[in-house]
Ligand binder design. Structure first.
Ligand code: V47
Length: 351
């Protein structure tokens, strides 16, 4: 394992040298495969008691359209998504006292009863922490209830940047870094998997990113349940972070490559196309990433701040883009079991 200074120095390498180092690792494990899944994002509410400066999704002065769905509306949305081919529901929202733990558990249980085959990926560690405070119970209790009521895995949201000073500025009041990591650790101890994110390209420095990666590495050594790391590129519109300088393409690719090198104990690096754009997400596959996320169907968080991901992407398009970029599209389930590998002939036939 390299130390902090050595990790930081990786940024000084030229993009090709660094990219090759990361690509060697991704090819050793996954050759030319690019993983994706058939998923659907469902966001039951955008009414949030917390205030994150980077967020354009929650209802506030710049996005004055508050909504809170009822259970039937969420179930209907889920049913439509499943009819459209979703194998995973990614359910996250805002910190809203109208939707308590009992409400979420009721929805999860009903979803599992009606659609037992579906994988439920739900509630970020930030939401878990919020619900624990709302109910005046421990986060452990919240996680146990989620598991009892059918949640299969947890998404990686809410990590933002672990450095306490940056965190205080960008998302004051949200789950603290130590608790975010502990929540994932306890979830892993229940035999469950989760992901981890990092929001970058705003007010943080390279040092803050390396620190974030090192904290994740250390947690993974302890609890081992992270499947994927997802470096999310900050989208600038419709929020309250007054950022003037954005990361260059090279800085983004270097950050992805460095993630692959440092996080040797996390199997997958996801280049989330909703924050990178599809072309950059494909290019990132040559710089250490091996996953691109999925069809999504509807994306409300990043698109609220400017990304072009509102209506997801069709499976046909996704597999043909992956194949045209010289890679092998592999549809996976939510736990990275391979479902189907697409050949060029098959893709030509469905286009
Ligand atoms: O934690 C909010 C981010 C995250 C902005 O686990 C923004 O597979 C960019 O975590 N620009 C939620 N990002 C999304 C998330 C996620 C997405 C896809 C897959 C998985 C997974 C997890 O969205 C939040 C926050 O960091 N976010 N605002 C913005 N302006």
């Amino acid at each position: 394992m390299i130390n902090f200074e050595e990790a930081l120095k990786l940024y000084d390498l030229d993009i090709y040298t660094l990219g090759n180092m990361a690509n060697e690792i991704r090819e050793k494990y996954f050759d030319k495969k690019v993983f994706f899944n058939s998923n659907r994002h469902i966001n039951p509410t955008n009414e949030c008691v917390d205030f994150c400066r980077f967020c354009g999704f929650s209802s506030h002065r710049k996005n004055p359209n508050p909504y809170t769905r009822n259970k039937e509306e969420v179930l209907k949305e889920a049913e439509d998504s499943i009819n459209n081919g979703a194998l995973e529901l990614h359910i996250v929202g805002a910190h809203n006292p109208k939707l308590n733990l009992a409400w979420y558990c009721d929805v999860f249980l009903e979803l599992k009863n009606r659609f037992p085959q579906i994988h439920l990926k739900a509630l970020t560690a930030a939401e878990v922490n919020y619900l624990a405070n709302l109910e005046n119970i421990s986060y452990k209790k919240v996680l146990e209830k989620m598991a009892e009521n059918g949640v299969d895995s947890m998404p990686g949201g809410g990590a933002e940047i672990f450095d306490e000073q940056v965190r205080e500025y960008v998302c004051k009041g949200k789950v603290d870094s130590k608790t975010w990591l502990e929540i994932h650790g306890y979830w892993h101890s229940l035999g469950k998997k989760s992901n981890a994110t990092m929001l970058f390209g705003h007010v943080e420095s390279r040092e803050h990113r390396i620190d974030h990666l090192f904290r994740l590495y250390a947690q993974q050594e302890k609890s081992g349940g992270f499947n994927a790391f997802i470096p999310l590129v900050y989208q600038k519109h419709n929020n309250f972070l007054n950022v003037k300088e954005f990361p260059t393409g090279q800085e983004i690719l270097k950050t992805i490559s460095i993630s692959r090198i440092i996080l040797s104990n996390i199997p997958h690096i996801k280049a989330y196309w909703a924050t990178l754009g599809i072309n950059m997400a494909l290019l990132a596959q040559e710089f250490g990433a091996d996953d691109i996320d999925g069809t999504i169907q509807r994306e409300s968080i990043q698109s609220a701040s400017g990304s072009k991901s509102l209506n997801g992407i069709s499976k046909r398009e996704l597999v043909s883009f992956i194949c045209d970029s010289g890679f092998i599209p592999v549809e996976r389930d939510s736990l990275y079991n391979e479902i189907h590998t697409y050949s060029r002939e098959e893709i030509n036939a469905i286009l």
